[in-house]
Design a protein around this ligand. Structure first.
Ligand SMILES: [Zn+2]
Length: 339
């Protein structure tokens, strides 16, 4: 089975964004210590909007100059070592500013579709161009929407198409979230391994000009979220995230649903979710042997525990199964750009 490890490379979006050196660069170094050991190449979905914002504010704030150098040096290094840099868009950076020594996040327009079509066009074109500066392959063609908010796709479709972005890896089967800033509903997602689409990533269309390679998903019982809540309460250093900020809060309704009903979540190496990585992989091997096993992670959300679980997973399967990047899959012909 092809395994694709994908990392959303970003700060936090709550009132505490965390620091670049700890939440992004330092956390990524810790992950690289495992990847290098097994010679694994991963896909980094870079939150380009943030890096651009650093560039905007760095001339007036010397501390941001340092952050900018740390990130761009790491991005170049990642690309030179064969990791794949692809496009992750959190457009709310356009509305967010750096003042009094901290980032002031305005998540009022959190979804790309919250913006006008002209602005969406400008965002996609300029972010792609900006990211390509740090990529040795210069091949940015994959998209992952910030916070999974890819709907309604029709509004962002032409901007992606015009910029040669044709592969998406945002959808996960059964995913659903709705609160003040976020909205996505993947409860009607196809169950197939991957598919082409045109206007809606949930609606397969053989002649569509986009390809969806979904993030792998896993059904969890409420018990999982109770355990997760308790591991947080216990304050065990093994479960402390490498990042030093805090996320946008989820709605009370969403939290209650997770604690009361079974739900689907992404297959992930973040925190306690890494506990079901192996089980999820075994299920995919049985149920969807022709799928690519797409794992998501966020350097900021990794923990000592999750990295250890990931390393056990790699050690167990690396002989029989290969890690790939999207760029690598394209090169070897297992994915193709639609006509
Ligand atoms: Zn993100």
């Amino acid at each position: 089975m092809n395994i694709v490890l994908t990392l959303d490379y970003e700060l936090y979006f709550g009132s505490e964004t965390g620091s670049v050196s700890t939440s992004i660069v330092g956390a990524t170094e810790k992950l690289l210590s495992v990847l290098d050991k097994f010679d694994i190449q991963a896909v980094f979905f870079v939150d380009v909007g943030f890096v651009k914002r650093l560039a905007d504010f760095k001339s007036d704030n010397p501390e941001l100059q340092k952050d900018y150098e740390l990130i761009t040096d790491q991005l170049k290094k990642l690309s030179e070592s064969g990791h794949d840099l692809q496009l992750h868009i959190h457009p709310h950076w356009e509305d967010s500013v750096y003042e009094n020594g901290k980032w002031n996040i305005d998540a009022g327009r959190y979804r790309l579709a919250d913006w006008s079509e002209n602005k969406i066009r400008e965002i996609v074109a300029s972010y792609k161009k900006f990211l390509e500066r740090f990529s040795v392959t210069n091949n940015v063609f994959v998209f992952r929407a910030g916070g999974w908010c890819i709907q309604p796709f029709e509004k962002i479709k032409s901007a992606l198409k015009e910029n040669g972005v044709w592969l998406d890896s945002t959808v996960y089967q059964g995913g659903y979230q709705e609160d003040e800033a976020r909205y996505f509903d993947f409860r009607g997602a196809p169950t197939q391994a991957k598919w082409n689409f045109e206007d809606d990533p949930l609606d397969p269309d053989k002649s569509g000009s986009f390809v969806e390679i979904p993030i792998s998903s896993y059904k969890v019982s409420p018990f999982f979220y109770w355990k997760l809540a308790f591991t947080k309460l216990l304050d065990n250093p093994k479960h402390k995230t490498f990042g030093d900020g805090g996320p946008l809060p989820a709605s009370k309704k969403w939290i209650l649903q997770k604690l009361l009903l079974p739900s689907n979540t992404v297959v992930s190496i973040d925190g306690y979710k890494a506990s079901f990585l192996e089980r999820a992989f075994d299920l995919y091997q049985t149920d969807k042997p022709d799928a690519d096993f797409v794992i998501i992670g966020h350097p900021k959300a990794l923990t000592e525990y999750s990295l250890q679980k990931f390393e056990e997973f790699v050690a167990k399967y690396e002989g029989q199964h290969q890690f790939h990047t999207f760029d690598g899959l394209l090169e070897e012909g297992s994915i193709e750009k639609p006509e």
